[in-house]
Design a protein around this ligand. Structure first.
Ligand code: GAR
Length: 205
C-alpha cells in the first residue's frame, strides 16, 4: 500500500497503461482505469491486472460537465489524487481540471509543441522531420498544451516506415511515462511542491 492513489484514463489499446502497470516500483497505486469507450481494448488489459474499470461514455450525457461530475464522484470515492492520461482522446474539462489542477499528466507521441492532436506520429512522419519524440506534460484546457515535464527524442531514420517509426515512438513512451511518474511522485511524496521543469531524458535511436 503506497501513499498516492492514481487513476489511468485511456480510450484505446492501453499499451501505456500496461507500461505503467508493469512498472511495479512506482511510488503510486493505480487503483482505477477510467475509459470513455465501451469497446476499448484497454478494458481487457485492466481485467488482467485486476484493476477496477469505470467505463462511462460521454455521449450518454447532455454535457461534458455532467460526464466529468460522475467521473469525479468515482475518483473521490476511491481517494484518488493523481490522474495519468494514457491515450485518453478527449479534452479534459473544467470539472476535472478544477479538482485536479497540477495533478493531471498526459503522454503525447511528439516533441510538443510540435504536432499536437491526433495522429502525431503520422504528422511528424509526413512532415519528414529528422527527429520526433515523446512528451509528458501537465494537462490544462488545451489540446496537448500545458507545462512540459519531460521529453525523449526519437531519431527518424532514412529508411523508417510509418510503422517502424511508430514502434520506436511507442517504445520511448513506455520507457518515459513510468520514469516520469517515478520521479515526479517520488519527489512529491517528499516535498509536496509541484516541480515544473523540462528534462530531456535521452534519445531512442
Ligand atoms: C499513445 O501513443 C499516446 O501517446 C497517444 O495515444 C496513444 C495511445 O496508445 N495520445 C495522444 O495522442 C494524446 N494526444 P495506447 O492506448 O497503446 O497507450
Amino acid at each position: 500500500m503506497k501513499n498516492v492513489r492514481a487513476a489511468v484514463f485511456a480510450s484505446g489499446t492501453g499499451s501505456n497503461f500496461q507500461a505503467i502497470m508493469d512498472a511495479t516500483d512506482l511510488p503510486v497505486d493505480v487503483v482505477l482505469l477510467v475509459c470513455d469507450r465501451s469497446d476499448a481494448v484497454v478494458i481487457d488489459k485492466a481485467k488482467q491486472y485486476g484493476i477496477e474499470t469505470y467505463v462511462l461514455e460521454p455521449k450518454r450525457f447532455s454535457a461534458k460537465e455532467a460526464y466529468e461530475q460522475m467521473v469525479l464522484e468515482k475518483l473521490r470515492e476511491l481517494g484518488i489524487t493523481w490522474l495519468f492520461l494514457a491515450g485518453y482522446m478527449r479534452i479534459v474539462g473544467t470539472v476535472l481540471l478544477t479538482s485536479y489542477r497540477d495533478r493531471i499528466i498526459n503522454i503525447h507521441p511528439s516533441l510538443l509543441p510540435d504536432f499536437p492532436g491526433k495522429d502525431a506520429i503520422g504528422q511528424a512522419y509526413r512532415a519528414a522531420v529528422g527527429t520526433t519524440g515523446v512528451t509528458v506534460h501537465y494537462v490544462d484546457e488545451g489540446i496537448d498544451t500545458g507545462p512540459i515535464i519531460a521529453q525523449q527524442e526519437v531519431v527518424v531514420k532514412p529508411d523508417d516506415t510509418l510503422e517502424t517509426l511508430t514502434n520506436r515512438v511507442h517504445q520511448a513512451e513506455h520507457h518515459l511515462y513510468p520514469a516520469v511518474i517515478r520521479q515526479l511522485l517520488g519527489e512529491k511524496t517528499q516535498t509536496s511542491l509541484p516541480a515544473k521543469n523540462t528534462t530531456k531524458v535521452g534519445n531512442v535511436q
